[in-house]
Design a binder for this molecule. Sequence first.
Ligand SMILES: C[S@@+](CC[C@H](N)C(=O)[O-])C[C@H]1O[C@@H](n2cnc3c(N)ncnc32)[C@H](O)[C@@H]1O
Length: 284
Amino acid sequence: MIPLANMYVLSHYEVRPLTERREQVPTEVEVSLDLGKTRGRVRLTSSGIHLPGGILLTWEDAEHIATHENVCYKVTREGIRALQLFSPLTGRVVALYPTGRAPTLTLSGIPMHRIKGTDPWRDTAAKIRSARPHGRVLDTCMGLGYTAIQAAARADVVLTVELDPAVIALARENPWSADLFALPNIHVLQADIFDLIQGLPNAWFSVVIHDPPMFSLAGHLYGREFYAQIHRVLRPRGRLFHYIGSPEKKMARSVTRGVMQRLRDVGFEVKEVPRAFGVVGVKR
Ligand SMILES: C[S@@+](CC[C@H](N)C(=O)[O-])C[C@H]1O[C@@H](n2cnc3c(N)ncnc32)[C@H](O)[C@@H]1O
């Protein structure tokens, strides 16, 4: 299936093999035009790469994409645009970072998913296996929405919350986030989860997925006060999956110890799940 023309998103992974064939024109090549989700056919000529729908990616623009490895590019009739934005809310640059498959989100250059030896979609699948979503799910930190999308395949409804409007804008341009805005059982809210959760009803959710930025970027989302709110909105025996990060890293080890202690303090039974780089809590 060929992606919609307004969803052509390319990175160096797709474009470099094409620029390497520049001397072989004219020719046709099969390639993904949506970061590996689907594949389509393009025609290479002396003027550039002809995408379905009459869009021309000039060789100059293709060379630009092929040599910029830290960002994905939207390709339209008007040319190419790097998928990165300055966030007035946080003062950070947010960007779509290519991996050869589902891209990750970077905040000031820091990736928000694991990408070494895995990819963000598989990283998310490990989180979902531990979270076991069902019933009503609260996904506290939307990011590119991979946790929300994969949870929605199993749950009745997913409420997903994102602080930064720039991240939501970026997710709208990411082919791998499209279901976030298309599935009827996902509700996207732009808000600070720390404030929003205080207005959510008691015992409403079966599962909470908590995948915050690292401790040094969002310490309050690792605090006792916030954990007590998660406990309150979960139904009895409700389940929390809290992503923390690489357990072999010294920093993550001490964060994990503190997280487990505070979760116990507010009323969770907790267990570490190293294969998903996080902690599971069950509401006592
Ligand atoms: C690690 S990423 C989440 C990745 C996400 N689970 C996914 O599947 O793509 C963390 C996200 O939390 C957002 N965030 C940070 N503070 C927040 C807050 N107080 N409330 C809601 N979202 C927040 C960040 O902007 C970032 O997009």
